[in-house]
Design a protein around this ligand. Structure first.
Ligand SMILES: NC(=O)c1ccc[n+]([C@@H]2O[C@H](COP(=O)([O-])OP(=O)(O)OC[C@H]3O[C@@H](n4cnc5c(N)ncnc54)[C@H](O)[C@@H]3O)[C@@H](O)[C@H]2O)c1
Ligand SMILES: [Zn+2]
Ligand SMILES: [Zn+2]
Length: 354
């Protein structure tokens, strides 16, 4: 079977390897679809702080169950979404249900051995969350960014009628906005440096988008809504934090989302944070219940992440897919990989770039 391997930074190959053998308590899974995110790109480039080599990438994944351990609640043929984080289970954060705050947390396909970019792979049953029938073909691996969105929106809180600004309109900004809207945020505005993002923003059912930055962005938001109650900042640098602190209404929440780099610092205007009693909330990954919430929202139709998919490739074509993301980042939101035999199996997986 095929497996994507990154032997060292910059060295990706699709190798023919032996079939995996599930250990006790493990489920044998067959890939349905796996999303490539910034984390995978940095794993490939060698700029990911938590990466270990050699690596099999892939953590945003939906797969079909092929074989289950004894006593399992899963059945062959079921589809599951991968819950990719492993935490220690015994520290204070884990005991309190915040496994995403565990200092030992590892991510399958990034910092823990193994990954989802393979035709088949194994995972402990606790990391396989069942999907309702038909959902795999409908949204595939796009469940994962929605789970991130669920966590982010929970962290920021929503008061009915809130307004929000998303800075950085990529997959996470968009998934967050869709969850926020479903949970009662009345209006979401979007900023990005690339105008190509406007189309996807509109496909997700939003209409307010700008490429303005800094003071121009402040003026644009002021004209449209005065100020906002939430800023979802997927860029999270001093400049975007400065814009946020100007635009937030009293009692507003600055929601910091970008994955922190080692020694990543952020300067905040204490004058604004004090004067308007603003809160700053950071968001790290997700918990299992964020996946359950994401599955529920997709099932009830309040969130439809399909517009995020901008290209699909067969696993054997992984290096082209990665290349596209490295060199044509602005044209792609979420690139999915799938098995060659599934490429034309559903509208979601029909290959090619939109
Ligand atoms: N907190 C978490 O749990 C979590 C989970 C997943 C991803 N992330 C992080 O969230 C961030 C966004 O992820 P993504 O997958 O949406 O990435 P993405 O590349 O799809 O989107 C980022 C967008 O920000 C835009 N951008 C860059 N600089 C900008 C600026 N100064 N002003 C406005 N827009 C700007 C880019 O053009 C791009 O469209 C990344 O840092 C990622 O690591 C965090
Ligand atoms: Zn990811
Ligand atoms: Zn722990």
């Amino acid at each position: 079977m095929l497996e994507v391997q990154i032997a060292a930074p910059g060295r990706l190959e699709v190798a023919e390897v032996a079939e995996p053998d599930p250990g006790p308590g493990e489920v044998l899974l067959q890939l349905h679809s796996v999303g490539i995110c910034g984390g995978d790109v940095s794993l490939f480039k060698g700029t990911n702080a938590i990466a270990r080599y050699p690596a099999v990438p892939g953590h945003e994944c939906v797969a079909e169950v092929l074989a289950v351990p004894e006593g399992s609640a899963l059945r062959p043929g079921d589809h599951v979404v991968v819950y990719p984080t492993f935490s220690c289970g015994v520290c204070r954060a884990c005991q309190a249900g915040h496994s995403n705050r565990c200092s030992q947390m590892r991510v399958f396909g990034l910092s823990a051995p193994g990954g989802c970019c393979a035709e088949r792979f194994t995972l402990p049953e606790a990391h396989c969350l069942p999907l309702p029938s038909g959902m795999a073909d409908f949204v595939g691996a796009l469940v994962e960014p929605v789970a991130v969105g669920c966590h982010v929106v929970d962290r920021g809180g929503v008061v009915d009628g809130d307004t929000a600004l998303v800075i950085g309109s990529g997959s996470i900004g968009m998934a967050t906005a869709m969850v926020a809207r479903a949970r009662g945020v009345a209006r979401v505005l979007f900023a990005d440096v690339h105008d190509a993002r406007q189309r996807v923003v509109e496909e997700c059912g939003f209409s307010d988008f700008t490429t303005a930055q800094g003071e121009d962005l402040v003026s644009w938001v002021r004209e449209l809504v005065g100020g906002v109650d939430l800023v979802y900042d997927t860029v999270t640098v001093d400049a975007t934090a400065a814009t946020a602190s100007e635009l937030l209404n009293g009692g507003g929440r600055y929601v910091a989302i970008a994955a922190a780099k080692p020694d990543h610092r952020l300067t905040l205007s204490y004058e604004h944070f004090y004067g308007k009693e603003l809160a700053v909330v950071a968001c790290r990954n997700y918990r299992r219940d964020d996946f359950t919430a994401a599955i529920g929202m997709i099932a009830e139709g309040s969130v439809d992440p399909r517009p995020l998919r901008t290209a699909v490739h067969a696993l054997s074509n992984s290096s082209t897919a990665l290349d596209e993301l490295v060199h044509r980042a602005r044209d792609n939101v979420k690139v999915l990989l799938t098995r060659a035999d599934l490429l034309d199996s559903s509208p979601l997986l029909t290959g090619g770039t939109r």
